[in-house]
Ligand binder design. Structure first.
Ligand code: F6P
Length: 386
């Protein structure tokens, strides 16, 4: 009898990484490939650059050797794209791009390769595209990822802890220069419409004021906190602001719009607006640091490596049992599955009852709300930029 390694593999699955990259993607890929090979003798095909690779039939076969040693590497060995929307895909016609529905091509390529299931590792954009592909007949199983920690239905996403670690170290470093120069230092972090990165790194880094998209901030309340600190001899302040934050009555700052992206709005730059307002009112020097993509790069933390590996292993076991159309999520210490369609189009934001909110206010951090206003009523239910 031939050993397992010499038998022809009869089961094949596909895997892709979609949307913005984040630390931990390679750990998921590695876990999927190793579990498929070791426990089910399955072959794994990796599509390049997210759904783009499936539409354009660009892929690699992944074996144990291909994923050896990749867990500690940031990014994704498969490449990714946050513009590869199968239902609105850019195709060059003459000198111009036209946007076409290429979802049927994706299904056809998938079937030609004799694949059972596609494991899509991605954020809400990828899950929304996957929900559409499921309706077209593509059997998809999802694994959630994002530094933003904003995927609905899961307590936490891998990539978030790594982003928090980088942001916290940056705020620590900003502290010493803020102290030396007696300035207000504003640190802007990613996170889109959710304030998880700002709130978490602000608490961990000892921020004095944390401004998140969920709570429109009152500029006077921010100034008041800076003045109050000065009156106590603290002649510097650290403001941590999420890129999706906005003042009461104001708008989020949109940096650019990416035409064919499932999620076209790119935020960024609110910190400059805040700095001008604070300088004008307080007559104190302000400086801005926008951490941007630094938060997405580099090696995952141990926490994210373990979480990503657990998710990859769980996804593969579920897929091997024949489960499709679901996404694996974290609930407390357990991994569970929920339908992808429940996740698509929704995001998980910071809520007034989250323990990080109470933690922040209890240790004296200002969330940009005047003292006389009940914090819970200051939360905004709007989810996206208008
Ligand atoms: O979703 C992850 C994220 O890094 C967001 O925090 C940020 O708003 C966005 O992606 C940036 O996207 P891009 O890489 O297209 O600039």
């Amino acid at each position: 009898m031939l050993g397992v390694n010499h038998m022809k593999r009869t089961r094949r699955i596909g895997v892709l990484t979609g949307g913005g990259d984040c630390p931990g993607l390679n750990a998921v890929i590695s876990a999927v490939v190793k579990t498929a090979e070791r426990e089910y003798d399955m072959e794994v095909i990796g599509f390049l650059d997210g759904y783009e690779g499936l539409i354009e039939n660009r892929f690699v076969t992944l074996g144990g050797k291909d994923v050896s040693g990749i867990m500690a590497r940031g990014g994704t060995i498969l490449g990714t794209s946050n513009r590869a929307n199968p239902f609105n895909f850019p195709v060059l016609q003459g000198e111009e791009y036209v946007y076409l529905d290429r979802s049927s091509q994706a299904v056809m390529n998938f079937e030609r390769l004799g694949l059972e299931t596609l494991i899509a590792i991605g954020g809400d954009g990828t899950m929304a595209a996957s929900a559409g592909m499921i309706e077209k007949g593509l059997p998809v199983f999802g694994v959630p990822k994002t530094i933003d920690n904003d995927i609905w239905g899961t307590d936490v996403t891998f990539g978030f802890d790594s982003a928090l670690a980088v942001a916290t170290e940056a705020i620590d470093r900003i502290h010493t220069t803020a102290q030396s120069h007696h300035r207000v230092m504003i640190v802007e972090v990613m996170g889109r419409y959710a304030g998880w990165i700002a709130l978490g790194s602000g608490i961990a880094g000892g921020g004095d004021i944390i401004l998140i998209p969920e709570i429109p901030y009152n500029v006077e309340a921010v100034c008041e906190r800076v003045r109050e600190r000065n009156s106590r001899g603290k002649n510097f302040s650290i403001v941590v602001i999420g890129e999706g934050a906005r003042p009461t009555g104001g708008e989020m700052v949109i940096k650019r719009t990416v035409k064919n992206s499932p999620e076209p709005v790119r935020l960024g730059g609110i910190s400059h607006q805040l700095a001008s307002q604070l300088e004008a009112i307080l007559n104190i020097e302000c400086r801005v640091t926008i951490l941007g993509h630094l938060l997405r790069g580099g090696s995952p933390t141990a926490h994210d490596r373990i979480l990503a590996t657990r998710l990859g292993v769980e996804a593969l076991h579920r897929v091997a049992e024949g489960m499709v159309d679901h996404i694996v999520v974290v609930r407390g210490t357990k991994l569970e599955v929920i339908p992808i369609k429940d996740v698509a189009g929704r995001i998980r934001k910071v809520t007034p009852d989250h323990n990080w909110v109470r933690t922040a206010t209890s240790i004296g951090i200002s969330l940009g709300v005047p003292a006389e206003v009940d914090l819970a009523t200051a939360f905004d239910t709007r989810t996206t930029a208008s």
